[in-house]
Unconditional design. Structure first.
Lengths: 285, 300
């Protein structure tokens, strides 16, 4: 059982928050990436350095008997960026994301995350890569027989945190995402938006430096979507790199962030402060 | 390490999947019960065969007309076999001893009083060190002039041969059967646990997603398997105990004397040791079953 849990991870100073904070200044200590004291833990996957958080170099992914995937994608996502990944179904968005968390391996080209070339990452290290990346999905992917608090606690237990630490951090993070008073609800007792908040809390609780959201608002109504996107933006303001794959044209247009558009496995547009469509399309501010 | 947490996780999963946990436990119960009934039976049969093998002896009858030097020569020949390890013991049974033994065996010894003279020949009762050596003894003395012309050499030739064949068969059949039983039990438990894991495939997926290592996912499942195996084993042992006390012991006590003699000669495994073996087997079955089954679900 010597899988070397992250017990040596440095402690963080956390601000005790009574109410959900309204400003990113209050959230900062909670969400910011762990402060390294110069010594890297052996299971700390990311290599320190000024390089980009995510880099694709001529990445192609083909599936057996299916051409869908990615076709020669090269791009960089800098540390601290907020990026929308847009495109129709089957354009390669999911492939892109699954390559980053190494659910898939590139057929050719290099996927580099946090300075690590994932093609050379040993299988045993994959769990540690995933701990450094927070993931949020359209279908929430919560453990159905566990309460909101237990779902978040699981992510902490996985990384080897003490029971004491778990008891302290879980209520904090759940309050931060606005779930005060709903800690002991099972996922089925929560609304879609609330479930997504639980899954965001779970993604954040290990202080990831990269947060990936695959259609996080796909199952939610517009108003709830707005709340979720707002939460993601506030997380980004604390220095966490955020990558959101979405169909939600309205949200993308409203937020005016960097937009990477994929179509049939190729990058067809990569634009700062953009909307869902390029200039020829309908753009709203 | 974090045994406590893994235990809580295992118990939670047993509660959440009560039906499958019961199925796995019953599977373990059946497997352990069959194993528990088979091991002592196998050991009893083997030990009974061994006891019969030990009873194989050779009677070398001495002619009434044999001279003392001839008898002494025969005894020396047999003693020679003893010194090279073929023979364990040589006992001289005189004509008088033979008659006395016969008298003891007969229900109505008075019939012997009507005999004009003692018709029984004297003999050497030869105990071979191993049943296989009976043939060597026979070959060594079969042309001896001191032999009784009518009785000659008497030994349970066919019995000995059959026993040897039976002993070998019992041994191999036993090993093969135990092997098959264990394999079947592992597969059965594995299959039941696969049902459980299949039902929770999404859950395992989520665990991997948040960065749980394979062992972190595996431990609760294996503990779950061990708990089911242990509970099944304990119930099986209780059932076997009931059968031992209620049926086997009662049968042995009430059985015919001859049978009891065979029974007492043939030992079998002591119940506490059997319990230990079975409980260990139950735990191992659970652990190995879930361990093997999990492998295919944990491909990163």
């Amino acid at each position: 059982m010597s899988d070397g849990q992250d017990t040596g991870r440095p402690e963080f100073t956390l601000v005790q928050v009574a109410d959900p904070p309204s400003s990113e200044e209050e959230m900062a200590p909670m969400f910011s990436a762990p402060v390294t004291d110069g010594k890297r833990h052996k299971n700390d996957i990311f290599r320190p350095g000024p390089g980009p958080m995510v880099e694709f170099r001529g990445v192609t992914k083909t599936y057996d008997g299916n051409s869908r995937g990615l076709n020669g994608v090269s791009l960089r996502i800098g540390t601290g960026e907020f990026v929308f990944l847009v495109g129709p179904s089957g354009s390669g968005k999911s492939t892109f994301i699954r390559l980053i968390i190494r659910e898939l391996r590139a057929t050719s080209g290099e996927v580099i995350v946090g300075g690590r070339d994932l093609s050379t990452l040993r299988r045993g290290k994959v769990p540690y890569l995933r701990r450094a990346i927070g993931c949020v999905f359209q279908d929430f992917r919560l453990l159905p027989d566990r309460t909101a608090a237990e779902n978040v606690a699981y992510a902490l237990q996985v990384t080897g945190h003490s029971q004491k630490e778990v008891r302290r951090r879980v209520p904090e993070i759940l309050s931060l995402v606005g779930l005060e008073g709903k800690f002991d609800r099972l996922p089925r007792e929560l609304s879609g938006g609330e479930q997504q908040r639980v899954s965001i809390a779970r993604a954040l609780v290990n202080h990831p430096r990269l947060l990936i959201a695959d259609e996080p608002t796909g199952n939610l109504d517009p108003e709830t979507s707005l709340g979720i996107m707002d939460l993601l933006l506030r997380i980004n303001r604390t220095g966490t790199t955020v990558l959101v794959a979405t169909h939600d044209q309205h949200t993308v247009d409203r937020m005016q962030m960097r937009v990477i558009a994929l179509d049939e496995g190729r990058v067809v547009r990569d634009e700062e402060s953009a909307g869902y469509h390029d200039e020829t399309g309908e753009v709203t501010a | 390490m974090r045994i406590g947490m893994f235990f809580r996780e295992a118990l939670r999963s047993i509660r959440a999947n009560a039906a499958i946990s019961v199925a796995a436990t019953v599977t373990a119960l059946i497997a352990v019960f069959i194993l528990g009934a088979f091991i002592p039976s196998f050991m009893y049969v083997r030990s009974a065969v061994d006891a019969q093998k030990a009873k194989v002896d050779v009677d070398v009858y001495i002619s009434d007309t044999a001279t003392v030097p001839q008898v002494n020569a025969l005894r020396e020949k047999l003693d020679g076999l003893r010194s090279d390890g073929t023979v364990a013991a040589v006992t001289y049974v005189s004509k008088e001893d033979a008659l006395r033994i016969m008298k003891e065996r007969l229900r109505d010894p008075s019939v012997l009083d009507e005999l004009p003279s003692n018709p029984l020949p004297a003999k050497f009762n030869v105990q071979p060190t191993e049943a296989e050596n009976a043939n060597v003894i026979v070959a060594a003395v079969k042309d001896d002039p001191a032999l009784d012309p009518t009785e000659g050499i008497v030994y349970p030739e066919t019995t000995a041969d059959r026993l040897l064949t039976a002993a070998k068969f019992v041994q191999w059949a036993g090993f093969v059967l135990i092997g098959i039983l264990l394999l079947a039990a592992v597969l059965l438990i594995g299959n039941t646990i696969r049902l459980s894991i299949f039902a929770r495939r999404r859950e395992v997926e989520v665990m991997r997603l948040v960065g749980a290592t394979n062992w972190f996912i595996r431990w609760p499942f294996m503990i779950e398997g061990v708990i089911c195996g242990l509970v099944g084993a304990v119930v099986a042992v209780a059932m076997l105990w009931g059968i031992k006390v209620g049926v086997v012991d009662a049968w042995a006590a009430g059985a015919d004397t001859a049978l009891t003699k065979t029974g007492s000669a043939a030992g079998t495994i002591a119940f506490p040791l059997l319990t230990l073996v079975l409980v260990g087997a139950g735990a191992l079955l659970g652990a190995v079953g879930s361990g093997i089954t999990l492998r295919r679900f944990l491909k990163v």
